[in-house]
Design a binder for this molecule. Structure first.
Ligand code: HAM
Length: 465
């Protein structure tokens, strides 16, 4: 964070210093998250940002939702390096894509190798699958990951140059039920994080049926060439499918009348898509068909999807996540022909959506990951006993917040209120003498006197209801 500006103490409501006494400067207390506009001192690299402790709880919530949903579905966690050979991404994502042409951080390392900061993790996981002979494991191999990705995007709300993804790849299975299960996993994480997801879904066909569709697409776009942006004029020649990704207003209307890929699917792709949708119906996945969804990466085959937050009336927001099938990717990277499907959720975007929602729904409400109780103490003797008691409570799996360095009860209760805990345990001088504590229900303000020996059991019961 930028250094705090200093301000002159006699500009505040402090007593005016006596004539001749030195004017003391002290830092203005900043609210967490507040940014000081200072041109001096170290600056953040453009597009990068700090994730401050005030936000961390929401991040932890998404982490927990991911861990829980992945682990309960038998995914194993994998961690791949943030740096790979640049050619890995060029071959996988496709040279004529925005990610490779405009956004990837590529540089020569001191040894002269061309390396890249990973713009995504699917290519790395495909590499790891091949390299570590995972083909000999029981298939499919289900892997999940969490970590920073890097894209030199134009910085704006929800678009960062370092952002985090929570994602999964299921490698070695082509059955359409897996597509629906993978989408369900993405939905479950978004829901458990506290949002209301909606899926856009399409099929991009396979190497048998896609060329024919691309011919139709090119023929159509040629007739509208004069209406296209400069990038799309290039895409028309170099990678026509990417025409459907263009976000420029002038190209959006052209896209609206373009031929639809679902009409050109071969019987196998059509059957696969229909079955995926049937399984999605069974799972009650909220989805809508999106005929122009092709996603911005070249490795996709058949099913592609994106996850959005369901909003009423508002304009289209950025996707919270996206994914799809990539049945040709492993072979392209030198492995055996192996099908795969996966998705990545943009954690930054989920956290942003949660922040917006929380201010609407319940300002300052307790959230998952927040402490369950607060422990307040009064006086030195109480402090000595409280530090031991709090450790005992924590050992029982109850999360406790405290301010043992403070003395006043009022300040401690204010903090407990701000944290949104349900109960505050109070240990004062009287309680020190008679072996009890007070347990205060923070909603109604009712206080009970509890025998200290029974405290943990009683808290467990109360918190379970
Ligand atoms: P993607 O659509 O490029 O797919 O990225 C997935 C998600 O990452 C996006 O929906 C978005 O939430 C987030 N994201 C992307 N760029 C940014 C950014 N600049 N700032 C903030 N968030 C961003 C992939 O990355 C594929 N690897 C997904 C996949 C996995 N397909 C198959 N398996």
């Amino acid at each position: 964070m930028s250094p705090r500006p200093m301000r002159n103490s006699n500009k505040r409501n402090d007593p005016v210093p006596a004539k001749g006494s030195p004017v003391v400067s002290e830092p203005i207390p900043l609210k967490e998250g507040e940014v000081v506009n200072s041109s001096s001192g170290p600056q953040l690299v453009r597009g990068m940002r700090d994730i401050l402790p005030s936000e961390k709880r929401l991040w932890d919530r998404v982490w927990r939702a991911s861990q829980l949903e992945f682990e309960s579905r038998e995914y194993d966690r994998i961690e791949t390096p943030i740096m790979e050979e640049a050619s890995l991404f060029q071959r996988s994502i496709g040279r004529v894509t925005d990610i490779i042409e405009k956004e990837m951080y590529v540089f020569e390392d001191p040894g002269g190798s061309r390396v890249a900061l990973r713009p995504e993790a699917t290519a790395s996981i495909a590499r790891a699958y091949i390299r570590h002979g995972m083909v000999s494991l029981p298939q499919p191999v289900r892997l999940w990951y969490w970590g920073p990705m890097f894209r030199h995007d134009r910085p704006q709300a929800g678009r960062y140059r370092q952002f985090f993804q929570s994602g999964a790849e299921v490698v070695g299975e082509q059955h359409p039920v897996v597509d629906a299960q993978v989408i369900m996993t993405a939905i479950a994480i978004v829901r458990r994080s506290g949002l209301d997801p909606l899926v856009s879904i399409n099929s991009t066909g396979c190497k048998m049926c896609r060329p024919q569709y691309i011919e139709q697409l090119v023929a159509y776009y040629r007739t509208r060439r004069s209406q296209l942006c400069q990038d799309c004029k290039k895409r028309l020649v170099r990678n026509p499918l990417r025409l459907l990704d263009c976000k420029e207003e002038q190209c959006k209307s052209v896209k609206g009348e373009a031929p639809q890929i679902v009409d050109s699917l071969c019987p196998e792709c059509k059957d696969h898509f229909v079955r995926v949708l049937e399984y999605c119906d069974e799972l009650e996945i909220p989805y809508q068909l999106s005929s122009s969804l092709v996603r911005g990466l070249d490795y996709y085959t058949k099913t592609v999807f994106e996850v959005y937050e369901r909003t009423e009336g508002a304009g289209r927001q950025d996707a919270l996540g996206g994914g799809g099938r990539y049945d040709g990717l492993l072979e392209l990277l030198g492995g055996r022909p192996t099908p795969g499907i996966g998705f990545s959720l943009g954690v930054d975007r989920i956290v942003n959506a949660l922040k917006e929602k929380q201010t609407d729904v319940a300002p300052g409400a307790a959230i998952e990951g927040a402490p369950q109780i607060f422990f307040a103490q009064l006086g030195e003797q109480a402090r000595r006993q409280a530090i031991v008691l709090v450790e005992r409570i924590r050992q029982e799996g109850i999360s406790v917040a405290e301010q043992f360095s403070k003395d006043g009860l009022k300040g401690q209760l204010e903090r407990a209120n701000r944290l949104g805990v349900r109960y505050t345990v109070i240990l004062g001088q009287k309680e020190v003498l008679d072996g009890t504590v007070l347990v205060r229900d923070m909603e109604g303000g009712v206080q009970e006197i509890i025998d200290r020996q029974k405290l943990v059991e009683m808290l467990k019961k109360k918190l379970a209801t």
